[in-house]
Design a protein around this ligand. Structure first.
Ligand code: TRP
Length: 361
């Protein structure tokens, strides 16, 4: 036990994760999951399941009722990809109360105007069909809650997509203002932006418009999809017209670059343009390359899913550990600000009075 702690503390802390809004897809695989798998060896990893963040745009009872399935799905997906629960701490955000407390304390440090200028929040509001005048405090403070996630673990490395870059800047600002006001407590977290932070979706038409792969657009290839479903989805990718009609690189070529390699993708594009390669043959090559990646993931996924209660136990274990870490950080933050001394001053005076009157409080 002692040995594990000593080893863990010598590695930089990393925190990342997702909102449980559906199972993970190929965009997540190349955009973030593979980075997580690689970084787990020399980082102490915390993987958040950010269900409180989901409430910012999906607060309704029927949406909350979907959380248990989605929470299980995204942890299952990450285990299947190869994140080792012995190395990484998976935890459920809403079950770590210290995070709510820390978020309130950090809110004092962020100008409202700063949050109003963040484009990603407006996009999220738009995606959730929320008009400007219906923007909630919760959504506006989304990045502050995210800062609390990161700072509660005192993490220094935060792998995210480009859409989260500004949120990590907010976390850094929170850390630096806090340290300035109350003394050094938080390392300044750095975003690590993934190389493929937006894989396009597979749907015809939409793919040509360069839309990002996303569950809500219905253009995703899920890690849990069967081989047949994956193939059928990939066969909808077009080439000629898509290339002429859109300023964006056709999704077929982006997929080829990501899953087959730059040279192979160039050859495939040249063959299609010259007519020496049929679209069906290009699909076959791409499907084979993607299947090579997906097949072992799918097998592990179904084996893990068959072990009743395993995923749940991994989340419970991790959440208990995350609570311990968060409680320590919150106590230190309260001490630094002077809130803990404020309370303990009251308690001490109360105890002194009880002693003087020779009757316990
Ligand atoms: N905002 C992330 C998303 O887009 C989820 C998230 C919440 C997160 N807290 C985090 C990511 C802390 C990295 C670090 O889904």
């Amino acid at each position: 036990m002692v040995e594990t702690t000593a080893r863990a503390e010598s590695r930089p802390r990393l925190l990342t994760g997702d909102r449980p809004t559906g199972p993970l897809h190929l965009g997540h695989l190349v955009g973030s999951l593979e980075t997580r798998v690689a970084l787990q060896h020399d980082h102490e990893c915390f993987i958040i399941v950010a269900d409180l963040h989901t409430l910012t745009t999906r607060p309704r009872a029927e949406e909350v009722a979907e959380l248990p399935g989605y929470v299980r799905d995204i942890v299952l997906d990450q285990l299947a990809v190869g994140i080792d629960p012995e190395r990484a701490t998976f935890y459920l955000q809403s079950a770590v109360p210290a995070v709510y407390d820390l978020a309130i304390l950090l809110q004092m440090l962020v100008p409202k105007l700063r949050l109003e200028q963040i484009g990603s929040l407006r996009s999220m509001a738009r995606a959730a069909a929320l008009p400007d005048d219906a923007m909630t405090m919760g959504l506006l403070a989304y990045p502050v809650l995210q800062a609390a996630d990161i700072l509660m673990a005192r993490a220094s490395v935060v792998p995210v997509g480009l859409d989260n870059e500004e949120h990590i800047a907010i976390a850094r600002e929170c850390a630096s203002v806090f340290n300035e006001l109350y003394g050094d407590l938080f390392p300044l977290p750095q975003a690590r932006i993934s190389r493929w932070s937006s894989l396009p979706g597979i749907e015809r038409g939409i793919a040509g418009s360069g839309a990002k792969m996303s569950k809500s657009l219905g253009n995703a290839v899920f890690l849990g999809d069967s081989a047949e479903v994956v193939a059928a989805k990939l066969r909808t990718l077009e080439f000629g017209d898509a290339e002429r009609a859109s300023p964006h690189e056709p999704a077929l070529l982006v997929f080829a670059r990501v899953f087959m390699g730059e040279d192979e993708a160039r050859e495939l594009g040249a063959g299609l343009r010259a007519g020496t390669l049929s679209l069906a043959a290009a699909h076959d090559a791409l499907i084979a390359a993607i299947e090579q990646r997906l097949q072992p993931i799918r097998e592990r996924r179904s084996a893990l899913a068959g072990e009743i209660g395993l995923v749940e136990e991994i989340i419970v274990d991790g959440t208990i550990r995350a609570r311990e870490v968060a409680n320590v950080t919150l106590a230190r933050a309260r001490e630094a600000i002077g809130l803990e001394p404020l309370w303990s001053g009251l308690v001490t005076a109360t105890q002194a009075r009880a002693k003087a009157r020779k009757r316990p409080y």
